[in-house]
Design a protein around this ligand. Structure first.
Ligand code: DHK
Length: 161
């Protein structure tokens, strides 16, 4: 029987992207930059490969689809990196799904949401995330994967929620 940590290590990390992130590169480039979602996906796969991990990279514009993916992650994934995009500021349901997942969760935003409009300052997700990265652009995804690897490594137990 494989060691539990080894079994967890074989599961991919779910990298979940919320609404409008499919338009990255075209969408308000002065705010979100010129990186495309395809470029961020490649960055995630490359970063994961360097850590000995794999990534299941997804994007949806639909809240229920994102919630279903989080439910799936309960058993199928090692942890979750999520950019909830606009749902960050609106979705109690997505927050509840993440809390129920009982997995490490890293919240990522390309922009520094605290330097933007006041309605972006509150995140429903942050209260159930192990860590939050914002304002680091696409690099935040690489940082999130690196931190998720640390959190799920036996020598680095995850921080208390
Ligand atoms: C992306 C969005 O689409 C916005 O709704 C959030 C986030 C910020 C980002 O910075 O990645 O407010």
């Amino acid at each position: 029987m494989p060691h539990p940590a080894a079994a967890a290590h074989e599961k991919p990390v779910l990298v979940l992207n919320g609404p409008n992130l499919d338009l990255l590169g075209l969408r308000e480039p002065t705010v979100y930059g010129t990186d495309t979602l395809a470029g961020i996906e490649k960055l995630c796969h490359d970063t994961a490969a360097g850590l000995g991990l794999s990534v299941d990279f997804r994007q949806s514009n639909h809240e229920g689809v994102l919630i279903d993916a989080v439910h799936e992650a309960r058993t199928a994934h090692r942890g979750i990196v999520i950019n909830p995009a606009g749902y960050t500021h609106t979705s109690v349901a997505l927050r509840d799904a993440l809390a129920a997942a009982e997995l490490p969760v890293i919240e990522v935003h390309l922009t520094n949401i605290h330097r933007r409009e006041p309605f972006r300052h509150h995140s429903y997700v942050s209260g159930v995330a192990d860590a939050v990265l914002c304002g680091t652009g696409a690099h935040g995804y690489a940082l999130a994967l690196t931190h998720l690897d640390r959190l799920t490594h036996p020598a680095h137990p995850r921080s208390p929620r």
